[in-house]
Design a protein around this ligand. Structure first.
Ligand SMILES: C[S@@+](CC[C@H](N)C(=O)[O-])C[C@H]1O[C@@H](n2cnc3c(N)ncnc32)[C@H](O)[C@@H]1O
Length: 825
């Protein structure tokens, strides 16, 4: 998949945290409801779309008969206020609204659910933060309107009409011999070149060349002359495919071999700042408020879906019944932790290489989604989340590309050489949070992605030499000069820039190593370092590391606090990356078992344990879905299953099985030797053993039978920190069906997958699980719908309940946020 403009692949994409209808989690429904009523309400709610408002209706004062005199007084006073308000002149009303809106950016930005249902004011009257009617409604911080409002519907209609008019307006499509490059918009995504050509031929459209990539809605057609263009326009005006109109638009031909850019007109085109940091126009406190509200809305999906998935024969669990008291939330959303740094906080940026709208070779962020035909790249200088240092390196590379003999990557043809620049930064631990973020950067890793197909090795080598010089020179010439620790080339021949973990890496510069291909230039030394909770982390080029280090420290601390750790605790760090969570919490537990599928990250985790003199951690290189079940059995006393293999850095905890490979023995001996010597950092992967030695369940690694540990630990906790897709269903099933796991802390970068996983963890199951015959319609199901389906086949087991949740803002200025949720049973 092509990376979207917002840089790194780990980071959530804007579409995942849409600013949906917002609602107030603190609003408490008045009145008692029995279980049956709740179910009926929920059914009605579920008929609304996931994005629709579903705050509990607050009955009007006229309808409730409070016996409590205090409540009567409050209601009467509210009624009086409302009556007074009705007599206020419009100017006063506006002022009143303005003063409220200045304290809450979401003031009156959604229609009141009661008002929508009953067309009358709710009991909160003027103090209700929701709008009673269209005339009270305000636009949201992101300039959109409540999607259920007439305003939003009118705007959508107007937008659609405008778009149609634009395309129909023949002036939008230039008719002259100098602009015969056009694009077709609205094509089926599955089409490739041949399907597009066939379509054109069947329609009788003559052309010179036609190109189309799978996954895009846009194809690119070059015509021989203006007559051909006019003919195509005439035919397409009438044509449609699958009910969708296919339209001809101008494509801007860029200089050289550069890509084509869909003909976005200037009114719909967004700036790079708007694309990458869409909340940057808001104050930071307004950003936090906006995120918190969006998240609370998304979390309600968990309650709704779990309620729906609960088998009819079973009572609803307490947590669902109690959710009414907290506005439909599955548990309290306790707030949002701020990022210590709001500007230049990213320690990793992936810059695309391409052509700007002005036709210049540019290193920066794409202006839109490649699938929609946008390939234009603009410089990152205006994006507040990117450090000046990263911008400077992007500029140095851009200048170098201007004089390179090799072409930049063309996303349409999948040809070219230079593809992407990744800048990773390691901080200086001696600088406090208050130091300028630039001052904190002590180490820099540059990773340049290229595609070597068809390029002679000599030519390539010469270009790499020139590039290394350009970076070194640029770093020295900057004022103050910039750190430069490592330069690595990643040779990736696939179509999208997302390279697989085993993609070849060529070191061009490593700290303390040569730059001439000599022995000391080893990829195993190409790591940089960062610090979390006073621990040093060595990070290899492709390993995951949270992009906002200081905010990540807050995230891990919160997860550790909620996990209630003690020396009796065995902590499973699921999806552990370079070991950050387990290692920062190791001093608070008896033992950590980390599970991670990326080999270099596991090597880093082991190395990080050694660097920091931590001896109670084990790291397993495997997919969590392959080993979770058997690990739980090993450590929690169930019959031993020796299918999972554990790499141990702990003298006391691991036992070697007959399956231990020679390579792994060497590694373990190296680690043991280092530990007994009171090790400082020492490279453990540069001897005869290679990383291939650690590759999952069949790699022949040390097996721990877990028997010793099962007696030592009274408390077994899992902290899971999965990638965007969430945990694999097999992992969810293993965690849920093993009664030994009483507490689970879920860290999520994607609230949708958190909700889906939580539905499976927290919904009661019947004693007759349905055997899943394969979900035929799964492709069209939402992730929550799929989770509901899976819950039906979950073996009968005690469900978890969501206990508390909190957001941590790792991504200021963007719509994204990390989320921590505690589950217990
Ligand atoms: C969001 S990162 C978290 C890493 C680490 N906890 C941290 O904070 O630095 C997710 C990690 O899960 C790993 N991962 C992805 N799928 C996995 C799977 N099926 N099994 C184990 N690890 C997986 C990725 O390689 C990545 O390191």
């Amino acid at each position: 998949m092509e990376t979207t403009p917002a840089a790194p692949s780990e980071e959530p994409r804007p579409s995942d945290l849409q600013s949906t209808a917002l609602s107030d989690p603190d609003k408490v429904a008045i009145g008692e409801h029995n279980t049956e009523e709740l179910r009926l309400n929920s059914e009605n709610e579920q008929q609304q779309s996931d994005q629709a408002m579903d705050t509990d209706p607050v009955p009007p004062t006229e309808q409730i008969q409070p016996s409590n005199p205090e409540l009567t007084a409050v209601i009467n006073s509210e009624k009086r206020k409302r009556e007074e308000e009705q007599t206020l002149d419009p100017e006063n009303k506006k002022k009143n609204m303005n003063s409220n809106s200045s304290s809450n950016p979401l003031w009156k930005t959604s229609l009141c659910s009661y008002y929508r249902r009953y067309g009358a004011n709710c009991s909160h009257g003027e103090t209700c933060r929701y709008a009673h009617g269209e005339e009270e409604l305000w636009p949201r911080p992101d300039n959109t309107w409540d999607p259920t409002s007439n305003k939003a519907k009118e705007m959508q209609k107007a937008d659609e009409m405008e778009k149609d008019e634009e395309v129909e307006d023949e002036e939008q499509v230039a008719l002259d011999e100098s602009s015969l490059d056009k694009c077709l918009v609205g094509l089926p995504r599955k089409w490739v070149h041949d399907a597009l050509k066939k379509f054109l031929e069947e329609k009788g459209i003559s052309y010179k060349t036609a190109k189309k990539k799978k996954g895009m809605e846009v194809g690119f057609v070059t015509f021989e002359n203006v007559e051909q263009v006019e003919n195509a326009m005439e035919i397409l005006r009438e044509s449609s495919s699958g009910g969708k109109t296919i339209k001809l638009r101008d494509a801007i031909k860029k200089s050289g071999d550069g890509g084509l850019v869909e003909g976005m007109n200037s009114s719909t085109r967004k700036s790079v700042r708007e694309v990458v940091t869409p909340l940057a126009h808001l104050s930071y406190s307004d950003q936090l408020e906006h995120k918190k509200s969006s998240l609370s809305q998304l979390l309600k999906k968990l309650t709704r879906n779990a309620r729906k998935a609960c088998p009819d024969a079973l009572p609803l669990p307490d947590w669902i019944l109690e959710s009414r008291e907290i506005g439909g939330l599955p548990c309290k959303l306790e707030g949002i932790l701020e990022s210590p740094l709001t500007n230049g906080y990213r320690n990793k940026c992936e810059f695309s290489v391409g052509y700007s709208l002005d036709g210049n070779i540019t290193v920066g962020f794409m202006l839109g989604n490649f699938r929609e035909g946008v390939t234009a790249v603009e410089e990152p200088t205006d994006c507040p989340n990117v450090s000046k240092l990263a911008c400077t390196y992007a500029k140095i590379f851009q200048n170098f590309l201007g004089s390179s003999e090799l072409p930049v990557w063309n996303r349409i043809n999948n040809t070219g050489f230079w593809r992407q620049l990744t800048v990773r930064e390691g901080r200086n631990p001696d600088q406090g949070i208050n130091a300028e973020s630039e001052m904190q950067i002590k180490e820099v890793m540059l990773m340049i992605q290229v595609c070597s197909i068809g390029v002679e090795e000599e030519v390539m080598k010469a270009e790499f030499d020139k590039m290394r010089l350009a970076f070194s020179q640029g770093a020295n010439d900057a004022s103050p000069s910039l750190p430069l620790t490592t330069i690595v080339v990643q040779d990736h021949t696939g179509i999208s820039n997302a390279a697989p973990a085993d993609c070849p890496l060529i070191p061009l510069l490593v700290a303390g190593g040569g730059t001439d291909g000599s022995d000391c230039l080893s990829i195993d030394k190409a790591n940089i370092h960062d610090y979390i909770s006073n621990l040093c982390f060595s990070i290899s080029p492709t390993a995951f590391f949270q992009v906002n280090t200081l905010a990540a420290e807050r995230l891990y601390k919160l997860a550790g606090d909620w996990a209630e750790l003690s020396e009796d605790t065995l902590l499973f760090d699921v999806c552990c990356g370079t070991g950050t969570i387990g290692l920062t919490l190791a001093h608070r537990v008896g033992m950590v078992v980390g599970i991670e599928m990326n080999e270099s990250a596991v090597s880093d985790a082991q190395r990080n344990a050694i660097i920091n003199n931590i001896t109670n951690c084990k790291f397993i290189c495997a997919k969590a879905e392959d080993v979770m079940g058997s690990l739980l059995k090993e450590y929690l006393g169930a019959p031993t299953d020796t299918s999972s293999k554990v790499i141990s850095n702990s003298n006391g905890h691991s036992k070697k099985s007959e399956k231990v490979s020679e390579d792994t023995n060497i590694k373990l001996e190296a680690i043991d030797a280092q530990e007994s010597n009171g090790v400082q950092e020492k490279d453990i992967t540069d001897s005869s053993e290679k990383k291939e030695g650690i590759s999952g369940t069949d790699a022949g690694l040390t097996v721990s039978d877990g028997k010793e540990e099962q007696h030592r630990f009274k408390n077994v906790v899992a902290i899971v920190d999965p990638p965007r897709v969430g945990l694999h269903p097999t992992v969810i099933k293993a965690l849920r069906t093993h009664p030994g796991i009483r507490r689970l802390v879920y860290i999520s970068c994607n609230p949708d997958s958190l909700v889906a996983n939580a539905i499976e963890l927290c919904t009661p199951t019947s004693d007759k699980p349905v055997i899943n015959k394969g979900n035929k319609g799964w492709r069209n199901m939402s992730s929550a719908g799929l989770a509901r389906q899976r819950t039906k086949s979950m073996p009968n087991s005690e469900h978890f309940r969501p206990v508390r949740s909190m957001a941590v803002d790792l991504f200021p200025h963007t719509n994204h946020c990390e989320m921590v949720m505690l589950f217990q049973r």
